[in-house]
Design a protein. Structure first.
Length: 274
């Protein structure tokens, strides 16, 4: 993928304080949201979010807890229905005015989501954890599923744990299995919510290496929510800063950490400076 050359608009929007990036993502971005909003019990958690990810790109979402970043991922993944807004995936309209379109049924399998808690079945071994969903969804033979599982585990450096019980694995190994399980459905977009928060820094670095490999070799796009700024600075092609349900800055990491344009991001970076 030819990398777009982003330029920072140094003048924040007068109403929102948002610093923007010009052409940070190609116009043919794999994922695009426009005006996506979501409220819970009368609280406006996400406010008209415009967000894009290109194929083979890692966008890292940062901000205080409750600022809307995880909610956006859950809406994109279809785990929460938006109240308003549009979502395009692979150039097709999957949500319009907050309503799912027919294309969603066809394309939702291209999105994989990985959580902090791994969400693995503890009573199953690794192979069964990887194959239970595609067995139901794809109707493949046992031989096909075994081949797919072996390839997915090889991608994350866990091929030798095919028959291991999940309870025997370390936290980093479980997270790798969770990534492999997401790969079983051949996603083109991975959404990761705090997947390294319970891991030691060396193990988090290993997980980052897996995601970087998938980005570079498979062209998989990644949207990652994290509070780990060291991880964010190393992983990100773009940093999206959330504040009060709004994306206030969408900039390359060097701008986010060295030249923030809004008071909110400046305060956030000062508070978590590593």
């Amino acid at each position: 993928m030819t990398e777009a050359k982003p330029t920072l608009d140094k003048t924040p929007d007068a109403d929102t304080g948002t610093a923007t990036v010009t052409d940070a993502v190609p116009d043919d971005a794999f994922l695009r949201t426009r005006g996506v909003s979501k409220s819970f019990h009368g609280r406006h958690v996400l406010k008209e979010a415009d967000f894009r990810i290109g194929s083979g790109e890692i966008a890292v979402l940062i901000g205080k807890s409750g600022s809307g970043k995880s909610t956006l991922l859950r809406v994109i993944a279809g785990l929460e229905e938006p109240d308003a807004g549009d979502i395009d995936l692979a150039g097709q309209a999957v949500v319009r005015d907050g309503e799912y379109q027919e294309a969603w049924k066809e394309l939702q399998g291209q999105i994989g989501m990985i959580f902090q808690s791994y969400t693995l079945w503890p009573h199953m071994n690794v192979l069964d954890n990887l194959t239970i969903a595609p067995r139901l969804a794809l109707g493949e033979t046992e031989a096909q599923l075994l081949d797919r599982a072996e390839r997915a585990l090889t991608e994350v450096g866990m091929a030798h744990h095919l028959r291991s019980r999940c309870t025997q694995l370390s936290g980093g190994e479980r997270q790798r299995v969770a990534i492999a399980r997401a790969l079983m459905m051949r996603p083109r977009l991975l959404l990761c919510d705090e997947i390294t928060s319970a891991l030691d820094p060396p193990v988090a670095a290993e997980v980052l290496g897996v995601l970087t490999k998938l980005k570079e070799e498979e062209g998989i796009a990644c949207g990652i929510v994290t509070h780990d700024m060291a991880f964010a600075s190393k992983a990100a092609d773009r940093i999206c800063f959330f504040e009060d349900g709004l994306i206030k800055e969408d900039v390359p990491p060097e701008h986010a950490f060295n030249d923030p344009q809004t008071p909110g991001l400046q305060a956030f970076i000062d508070a978590v400076r590593f």
